[in-house]
Design a protein around this ligand. Structure first.
Ligand code: FMN
Length: 176
């Protein structure tokens, strides 16, 4: 089986929830987390998030998780802010762009802006994403996202198993 790492940034918890769900659906998938170096709260925090997106800022962040290059693919799970990629995910992709394997992009949003986020990630890494999908916050919170997130995970795993047969062979159980 291919090695896949899910890396999420979440301000209000929805993306973390989806990232954990995907890891629980796919055996062996691991989790990494991006956090803002300086916590944001309340109305001023909200406007700081909007400003990040409008001005394409890259706020300081912390990454806690395995080294992405040790995987065949990473799944980036991020909210949409002001019709764009959330600032901390922009910072992460910019900083780590030379150390990222195949990249899949999942956006979680109220309803609009996911295509801009995919385009921005692809521009930052200089290549197309392996797969991308978008969920509404409501779909994640109600549990409705579960079927689509499993299908997304299955499709990505199959794609990576096909592209990286050496990992597949190394991690699969051998003959008895
Ligand atoms: C500052 C800010 C800007 C947002 N802008 C958009 C937007 O342009 N389009 C949209 O569909 N949702 C927008 N949302 C909604 C979030 O994308 C949505 O609530 C998402 O699930 C939040 O993820 P999180 O709980 O992991 O932080 C915005 C939320 C915030 C906080």
């Amino acid at each position: 089986m291919s090695r896949i790492l899910v890396i999420s940034y979440s301000w209000t918890g929805t993306c973390t929830r989806l990232a954990k769900l995907m890891c629980s659906q796919q055996p062996g998938w691991q989790l990494g987390e991006i956090r803002l170096a300086k916590t944001r709260k309340g109305r001023s925090g909200y406007w700081r998030c909007v400003l990040d997106s409008v001005l394409r800022l890259r706020p300081a962040f912390l990454y806690e998780g395995p080294f992405p290059r040790d995987f065949d693919a990473v799944v980036l799970v991020s909210p949409i802010w002001a019709f764009s990629l959330a600032g901390p995910m922009r910072s992460f992709v910019h900083t780590w762009r030379d150390h990222l394997p195949d990249v899949a992009v999942i956006s979680v949003m109220g309803g609009a802006g996911a295509s801009n986020a995919v385009r921005e990630v692809e521009r930052l890494i200089g290549r197309p994403s392996a797969r991308h999908a978008a969920f509404t916050m409501q779909e994640v919170e109600s549990g409705q996202a579960g079927i689509a997130s499993r299908k997304f995970g299955d499709a990505l795993r199959e794609l990576e198993d096909f592209k990286h047969p050496e990992t597949f062979a190394a991690l699969s159980p051998g003959p008895a």
